[in-house]
Design a protein around this ligand. Structure first.
Ligand SMILES: [Zn+2]
Length: 297
């Protein structure tokens, strides 16, 4: 694992390598977790707050450090950043040269975090730096590319031909199996109003407790890998049973999205523990579910 976090809990894979040779995109399972010409795997963090707390990037294998860059700021990409980034799309990062023509490249690392130097020989698992938001990226993640003799290789199916799905499933380059998740809920929480998308991505949307004079009780869910016709269900229950429920459809494929729903409070809710269950459904099946609790005093 090139990142020191728990997949499905404190990090997730937003994008795999694009296995479609044409203008479209698909990941190695022929699903949508990729984008056109993407040549690596993106290990993403749930929020900017998680990035600030610090998640280490680790060497995937023993190698020699090459091409180190640091010093670029951690800032979400927009077109206005093109001049500043000036082709340095990878941001802060480095390349590790391994034996027999293999190399791995690590991108978008946090400014000032890269702690290895060019020419250094390092073992697998060595801390290289931390996940950041430098270069051409809109969310905190590590992009790792695997190449053999300069050609990109998908570490999930190194033997598969580009136009077949899972044909290389028998072999993966990872030592420990990494389960494929076709999307999921990144984070969920309560609020006393519909939160802004910016606060959700920052990791500051949730509140720890609801006050008895709150004007509303709101449940929100932030998810990745949304496909058209997916449904996000938001359900709040309290000490006296169900308070609120909504089912909201995803209208088009979306790499990341959030939904929120709740109830205006004309009179105070009874004190106690409130539970929010956020469920992502696809074709009638549960893809992912997160449960959160909040006290009302
Ligand atoms: Zn990437």
């Amino acid at each position: 694992m090139p990142v020191d976090c728990d997949l499905g809990d404190t990090c997730y894979i937003q994008n795999y390598m694009d296995r479609d040779a044409g203008p479209g995109s698909r990941d190695f399972t022929c699903s949508g977790l990729s984008y056109d010409t993407h040549k690596g795997t993106d290990f993403a963090l749930p929020s900017l707050a998680a990035m600030d707390r610090g998640v280490d990037v680790l060497a995937a294998a023993k190698g020699v450090v090459r091409g180190v860059r640091d010093g670029m700021i951690d800032k979400a990409y927009t077109r206005a950043e093109d001049a500043r980034i000036d082709g340095r799309d990878c941001g802060n990062g480095l390349v590790l040269q391994h034996d027999d023509g293999w190399e791995t490249q690590y991108c978008h690392m946090k400014q000032g975090s890269v702690r290895v130097r060019s020419g250094q020989v390092i073992e697998a698992g060595t801390v290289l730096g931390q996940i950041g938001l430098s270069g051409r990226t809109q969310f905190p993640h590590l992009h790792i590319s695997v190449r053999h003799n300069g050609q990109p290789v998908d570490p999930f199916t190194p033997d598969a031909r580009a136009d077949t799905c899972r044909s290389g499933e028998a072999r993966t380059m990872w030592i420990d199996d990494i389960a494929y998740e076709p999307g999921g809920i990144v984070s969920a929480g309560f609020a006393d109003q519909v939160p802004s998308y910016d606060t959700i991505k920052a990791g500051t949307a949730g509140i720890d407790a609801l006050s008895s004079d709150a004007q509303a009780i709101v449940l929100w869910g932030f998810a990745y890998g949304g496909q058209q016709a997916d449904v996000m269900e938001l359900e709040i229950t309290g000490p006296q049973g169900r308070v609120f429920q909504t089912r909201q459809q995803v209208k088009k494929d979306q790499a990341q999205f959030f939904r929120a729903g709740g109830k205006r409070l004309k009179s105070p809710l009874p004190a106690g523990t409130y539970t929010g269950i956020v469920t992502l459904e696809r074709k009638g099946r549960i893809v992912s579910q997160k449960t959160v609790e909040i006290p009302l005093r």
